[in-house]
Design a protein around this ligand. Sequence first.
Ligand SMILES: NC(=O)c1ccc[n+]([C@@H]2O[C@H](COP(=O)([O-])OP(=O)(O)OC[C@H]3O[C@@H](n4cnc5c(N)ncnc54)[C@H](O)[C@@H]3O)[C@@H](O)[C@H]2O)c1
Length: 415
Amino acid sequence: MNPTIGIIGLGYVGLPLALALAEKYTVLGYDNNPQRIAALHKGIDSTQEITSKELQAVNINYFDQSAALKDCSIYIITVPTPLKEDNLPDFSYLESASEVVAKMLKKGDIVVYESTVYPGATEEICLPILELSSLKVDSDFSLGYSPERINVGDPVHTFTNIPKIVSASNQKALATLTHVYQSILSAEVYQAPSIKVAEAAKVIENTQRDVNIAFVNELAMMFNAMGLDTNEVLAAAATKWNFLPFRPGLVGGHCIGIDPYYLAHKSKALGYTPDLLLSARKINEAVPHFIVDDIIDKLNIHQVPILEAKVLLLGATFKENTTDLRNSKAITLAQALKAAGVDLVLYDPLIAMDQTTVELAITNMLPENKKYDAVILAVGHDQFAQMDLLGLLTEKGFGYDIKAYFDIHPRIYRL
Ligand SMILES: NC(=O)c1ccc[n+]([C@@H]2O[C@H](COP(=O)([O-])OP(=O)(O)OC[C@H]3O[C@@H](n4cnc5c(N)ncnc54)[C@H](O)[C@@H]3O)[C@@H](O)[C@H]2O)c1
C-alpha cells in the first residue's frame, strides 16, 4: 500500500501529522494561508512548536493552492473548529475544506476528518458537501474520522506515543486507515465502531477535563471564602486512592474551553440541555473575574490604592510551556486587571514579539529593577519556577500563585 496523502490545514495538528506521515508516505500539504506556506517553504513553523531542523529532515511539498493535491488517494482534514458568537459551533472551516476536497474527489479515495466536532457532524455537515462531487460514500469513496489528541507543549505524551482512535464508513477503509496510522505510531490504534462514537469519544475527553477542573475551581472559590488553602486540601484528599488529582486554574485554549459547547449544542438541538456541562463552562469562564476581584481585595488589605498598583502577570499563553495564545484566559485576566485600573506588565518569555503580541501588550523582556505590588503567576511555564518571586515585590507587595508553583509563604496567596 503506497497512498499519496494530502493534509488540508497545516496548523498545530496538521503539521506534526504531515511530518510523521512523510517518514513513510508521499505527503502533500495544503494550507489556505499563503503566509503559513511561505514560512514552511523557508523551514519556519510560525507556531514555534517544530524546529527548522525537524521541518527540513523530511520531504513534504507545501502548497497554498489546493489543486496541487488532486492526485492524492487519502485526504486528511485538520482545520479549526472554533466558536461563533453565543458559543455556537463554527463549521465554516470544515465546510470550505470539504468543498476543496469535493472538487478533487475520485473513486476509491478516502477522506478523513481529524477536527474536533460533536457526534454526527462529519456525516451530517461534511459528507453532504463531499457528495456534491456527485460521488457517493461507500460506493465511490470512503469517509473516515480520527480525532487528534496531541498535547502541545507536553514532552511525555507525544504524537507517536498517544493511542489513536480511527473510524470509517466501511470496513475496507477502516483497515486501510488503521494500517496507515499504525505505521507511524508506537501506540495502539483503536478502531471505534462508528464515526459518531469516535467523534463523541474525543469531545467527551475534553469535556470531562473541563467538568473536573470546574469542580476544583469551585472548591477554590469556596475555600477562599473559608480561609482555606485549596491546594493543601487537595493534597490531603489525594491520599485516598480514588481521589482525582485535578488542580484549580484558568481554562482556555482551543479545546477544553471550546469543545464542550459543541457537545452541548448538539444535545440541546435534540432536546436535552446538559446542565452539569454548561455549569462547568460557566464556572471556568468566571475564574479570571474571580481572581481579579480577589486581587483587588488583597490590594486593599495591603493598603495599595488600586489605581496606583503596579502588577506583574507571569504568563500569557493558554497553558504552560507553549506559545499558543488562542482563547487564553491569562489574556482575559490581563484585560480585566487593566480595566480595573492597575498598571500592568504582562510578561511571557516564550512569546516572540509580533504585531499580535504588541497589540495584546505582552512583553518577553522583564523590565529591569522594577518592583510590583502584586505578582500573579498565571501560567506554569517551567521557566517561572526559577524566578525569585519575593524579590520582585515592593514592601507592601504580595504574590498570587494560581498554579501553586511556589512554596507556601505569608506573602504569597494561592488561588
Ligand atoms: N492544537 C491542538 O492541540 C489540538 C489537539 C487536538 C485536537 N485539535 C483539533 O484539531 C483541529 C485543528 O486545530 P489546530 O490547533 O491544528 O488549528 P490551527 O489553527 O493551528 O491550524 C489550522 C490550519 O488550517 C488552515 N485552514 C483553515 N481553513 C482551511 C481550508 N479551508 N483549507 C486549508 N487550510 C485551512 C489554517 O490556515 C491553519 O493553518 C481543531 O478541530 C482542534 O479542535 C487541536
